[in-house]
Write a protein of this length. Sequence first.
Length: 318
Amino acid sequence: MTAAAKTCRALALMLLAGLAACDPLPDDGRFTGYVEAELVYVAAPVSGWLVAAPLREGDSVAAEDLLFELDKDRQYAEVAEAAERLRQAEAQARDISTGARREEIVALEAQLAESKANLELAELERDRWIELVARGTAPKARGDQVTSEYNAAFARMRTVEADIRVANLAGRAAAREAAEAERAAAAAALAQAEWWLSQRSVLSRIAGQVEEVFQRRGEFVREGDPVLALLPADASKVRFFVPQAQLPDVALGAAVEVLVTGRSEPLTARIAYIAREAEYTPPVIYSAESREKLVFLVEARLSGPELRPGQPVDVRLP
């Protein structure tokens, strides 16, 4: 509770004391009370410089309205870096999953055509020299040489064929899994960077009114420090004490009339809380003759923000 709210509540209690001391339970069944509000304190989720704070005390706020904004330069840079890392990871994953580039395969096919031509030539040379060796017109060593050259040409052709098959295949399963893991990690890093960026803009989650502003544009805000306080549209309630004798007339959900000085028509509130335990009437509130009476705290919730925190009221049961 802020100092202003505490002051309002103290003044309300003092006024309530004066009214109740004179007449704790008037003949028409009224109870003196006061308005209290449950403020929502909106803090900065992270530390930073306050670069935008467009709201002032009394401004109305709708859900999803911008409340304040912190500096974002570092977060924008981190998002850009994470996006580039994701782009690289996606490109790497595509490269592994699609095999070699078309240009590489064309080059291998050219090597295959050359190796086949060399194999045909080696085969012709082998057959010609083997026949000469068989006739005895060529040395056996020459026959062995051309046979070896043929075998080498054949092996070379098989190697190029294998290279083409590998080039047409995607990467190994383990390599593909690793590339996909890198891509997923990069995507998660980008999502995290974008989340941190979003934390620099704080939006309202409720509709209400700005009750108090604690920090202004240009100030450095620490994580967890409230920047402003909101009064939700349905956060006002009336607090009053009911003597034990009248407690049976009070029920949760029941409507009560709230009478305010200066208003011709009463407001309606619904009882939302009844204290489980009684308490002795505080002597500062009630007269000496009623100090030994037991009273129960009752809270009735108002439907709108017509009344201000600390405002004294009268409550009448139906």
